[in-house]
Design a protein around this ligand. Structure first.
Ligand SMILES: Cc1cc2nc3c(=O)[nH]c(=O)nc-3n(C[C@H](O)[C@H](O)[C@H](O)COP(=O)(O)OP(=O)(O)OC[C@H]3O[C@@H](n4cnc5c(N)ncnc54)[C@H](O)[C@@H]3O)c2cc1C
Ligand SMILES: *[C@@H]1O[C@H](CO)[C@@H](O)[C@H](O)[C@H]1NC(C)=O
Ligand SMILES: *[C@@H]1O[C@H](CO)[C@@H](O)[C@H](O)[C@H]1NC(C)=O
Ligand SMILES: *[C@@H]1O[C@H](CO)[C@@H](O)[C@H](O)[C@H]1NC(C)=O
Ligand SMILES: *[C@@H]1O[C@H](CO)[C@@H](O)[C@H](O)[C@H]1NC(C)=O
Ligand SMILES: *[C@@H]1O[C@H](CO)[C@@H](O)[C@H](O)[C@H]1NC(C)=O
Ligand SMILES: *[C@@H]1O[C@H](CO)[C@@H](O)[C@H](O)[C@H]1NC(C)=O
Ligand SMILES: *[C@@H]1O[C@H](CO)[C@@H](O)[C@H](O)[C@H]1NC(C)=O
Length: 561
């Protein structure tokens, strides 16, 4: 089974299409970037370095290994072999899952700077949006020193963990980077007491450093015979304590256990003033609230996250896959598929699917139900899809597993398709009203008009599913080609929005072309988030595309508008 397929679609680019408006504020309000006279001197960097555990890093794009002039020690065969490996990319400070984020397109003249694996293109290797220098944080003190240094020199600052972000929020051209990758501590406490909490309310909790990736967090939880709500990719390279959690964090079991943000009990974070604080229900509870869905990269540098863990329970896996003989069959089957979603999610099913007019793959899990009960809820649905497509065109089965990890271990490892490709997403949450108002046929028609649709059952409440599609382009593409691909993404967003007007989307898997990110990512919470941002980050040190407060800045977050 390859869940990687879901992300075969995914990826992305950094800067924004809009032309930079003329600055209103004077230059001193601007962020200092590499190459400007305000950029710290080598002596400044040396004195920073003296406070750090390890030397400063000089991130480079992964493909620079193939350009000996800029990177004489680079190993190009290693880069070729690992180009599509999420692990290899996240192990490098200059590596991003989707290389378009390593690239930079100038918003004024359209020129592109990037570094491509295909050297025969004859394009010199450019640093693009990869920061030239940064701190490889090993301790909280390293993070504090880096934040104070960035504040003192008014630097454009970027925080990077895995580089998986689909809005390019962990890349920033000519910025100063804090790389959290090596903050790998993990500890389990069966009787965790949040700071300031009551001794009577202990939580069986796993505390992980900001650099921990899901494969590591799952291994640690499994060792304790505990389940933890986490992200899913087949190599487990996605980060467990960075963008995932601050954006919400969905898991295939979220219909039962909630999102990541429903399972956090405490953060530790270095704030813009360089202080290291605890944020939980008792301490800095406003910041705790903002960190649970207020968006990545906007609040400070998270140093650890403590998650509630759960008992291991059995689950039932179901898989449906096959081909449609014609578009009419696809229309019928997908209508039947969207229809029972609210019911499926109520009866504990969650997971992923991908389809278009030709193919259908569905992978769902139901937690803590007997095999017979799971069959009873899913078999009627098997019949509907089989009838729509023709029984011989669809395979469907259910299979019980002792627990989540047993299921994950059963999945065959596959090369991770989408990684290493330039892609942008367009997404929407699908409201339950679509079913209640009998608009499933219309919705199926819209979804089937895209080349490919990913349709995930990962939430509860008012959302019955989360849907996205994508556009991709070849490396080295001209700015015209990239611009056109992005316009198609913007159009996809508009079309998807029509199924649930005024609906929302999941910011961690979204587009830079949201008509109004404040509304679609944060809704009525935006005002409160703004005021918490003003309190904890009054000088807006932590800025990301489509993040809280970013509307006051240009596309590169270097200049107020
Ligand atoms: C292969 C793959 C699988 C995925 N699977 C899932 C999934 O199952 N569920 C899901 O919900 N999402 C999933 N996503 C989306 C994922 O949640 C986002 O890409 C998320 O932004 C990744 O966060 P990161 O910290 O790993 O990545 P990065 O790109 O390193 O960082 C993302 C953002 O978080 C900020 N950030 C990172 N660390 C810190 C920190 N310590 N303090 C402050 N800010 C920080 C960065 O500045 C940036 O703004 C997946 C993405 C990919 C590419
Ligand atoms: C380059 O990488 C390849 C494949 O990853 C490895 O086998 C080889 O030993 C490396 N060469 C050098 C000089 O490090
Ligand atoms: C690399 O670029 C050249 C020139 O555009 C092209 O002919 C070739 O097919 C490309 N190679 C790959 C592997 O994409
Ligand atoms: C990691 O754990 C070690 C051992 O408990 C501790 O000394 C160190 O301070 C921790 N590091 C961080 C960044 O929390
Ligand atoms: C479903 O997937 C399996 C495994 O990839 C494949 O062997 C089978 O042919 C597929 N079924 C249909 C009906 O396409
Ligand atoms: C699992 O089901 C059992 C029996 O119905 C119930 O007692 C238990 O609370 C459930 N556990 C979870 C995590 O839902
Ligand atoms: C559940 O359904 C599968 C087919 O999907 C069947 O093989 C299995 O025997 C059923 N299990 C129970 C307990 O009914
Ligand atoms: C739902 O809409 C379809 C047309 O799209 C119509 O045929 C059907 O009668 C409607 N069902 C209900 C319950 O309104």
């Amino acid at each position: 089974m390859k869940f990687g397929l879901l992300y075969d679609l995914v990826a992305f680019l950094s800067s924004i299409l809009v032309r930079t408006p003329a600055p209103r504020a004077d230059a001193s309000d601007c962020r200092c970037v590499y190459g400007q006279s305000c950029w710290p001197s080598e002596q400044n960097f040396d004195s920073l370095s003296a406070q750090l555990s390890v030397p400063l890093i000089r991130p480079v794009p992964p493909a620079s290994a193939c350009y000996p002039v800029g990177n004489p020690s680079g190993n190009c065969s290693d880069a070729r072999r690992n180009w599509v490996s999420g692990i290899w990319r996240s192990d490098q400070p200059g590596g991003y899952e989707y290389p378009n984020f390593e690239t930079h397109m100038d918003s004024v003249d359209g020129s592109v700077s990037g570094c491509y694996l295909n050297t025969t293109l004859g394009i010199p290797c450019g640093r693009g949006s990869v920061a030239p220098v940064g701190v490889d944080a090993r301790t909280v003190e390293d993070v504090r020193a880096a934040v104070r240094f960035a504040g003192r020199h008014n630097l454009r600052l970027v925080v990077k963990k895995t580089g998986h972000d689909l809005l390019g929020r962990s890349a920033a051209r000519d910025a100063f980077m804090i790389w959290t990758h090596h903050l790998k501590n993990i500890s389990y406490d069966a009787n965790f007491i949040p700071e300031g909490g009551s001794d009577y309310e202990t939580v069986p909790a796993l505390t992980i450093g900001a650099g921990v990736q899901w494969k590591e967090a799952y291994a640690a939880a499994a060792e304790q015979q505990r389940f933890i709500v986490g992200g899913f990719s087949d190599d487990g390279s996605d980060g467990a304590a960075g963008g995932w959690i601050m954006g919400g964090g969905h898991s295939p079991l979220s219909t039962t256990y909630g999102l990541g943000v429903d399972n956090v009990v405490q953060f530790t974070i270095v704030t813009a003033d360089g202080e290291h604080v605890v944020a939980n229900a008792q301490r800095h509870s406003d910041l705790f609230w903002a960190l649970r869905g207020g968006g990545a990269g906007s609040w400070g540098v998270v140093t650890s996250v403590t998650y509630r863990t759960h008992d291991l329970v059995p689950l039932v896996f179901t898989s449906i896959n096959g081909t449609f003989p014609n578009p009419q069959a696809a229309q019928k089957a997908i209508t039947e598929y969207i229809n029972p979603h609210p019911k499926l999610s109520n009866s504990g099913w969650g997971g992923y699917s991908i389809f278009n007019n030709e193919i259908l793959f569905i992978y769902l899990l139901a937690v803590n139900v007997s095999w017979a009960d799971a069959n009873a809820t899913i078999h009627p649905f098997f019949d509907l899809v089989r009838n729509a497509a023709g029984p011989s065109n669809m395979d469907a089965f259910t299979q019980p597993f002792d627990n989540f990890y047993a299921w994950m271990d059963s999945l065959a490892p596959v090369p991770f398709g989408g990684v290493g490709e330039n892609t942008e997403l367009a997404s929407r949450l699908v409201s339950r009203d679509v079913v209640a108002e009998n608009r499933t046929a219309e919705t199926a028609r819209l979804f089937l008009s895209f080349d490919i649709m990913v349709f995930n059952l990962l939430a509860g409440g008012a959302a019955s599913a989360f849907a996205f599609t994508a556009e991709t382009w070849e490396e080295g593409a001209s700015s015209d080609v990239v611009f056109q691909a992005r316009q198609r993404v913007a159009e996809h967003v508009r079309r998807l929005d029509s199924i649930s007007p005024d609906s929302a989307t999941y910011m961690n898997e979204a587009s830079l072309h949201e008509p109004d990110f404040r509304k679609s990512f944060f809704g009525s919470h935006y005002g409160r988030l703004r005021s918490i941002k003003r309190q904890y980050d009054p000088k807006s040190m932590f800025l990301v595309a489509e993040g809280v407060g970013s509307e006051d800045w240009n596309g590169d977050s270097t200049r107020p508008v």
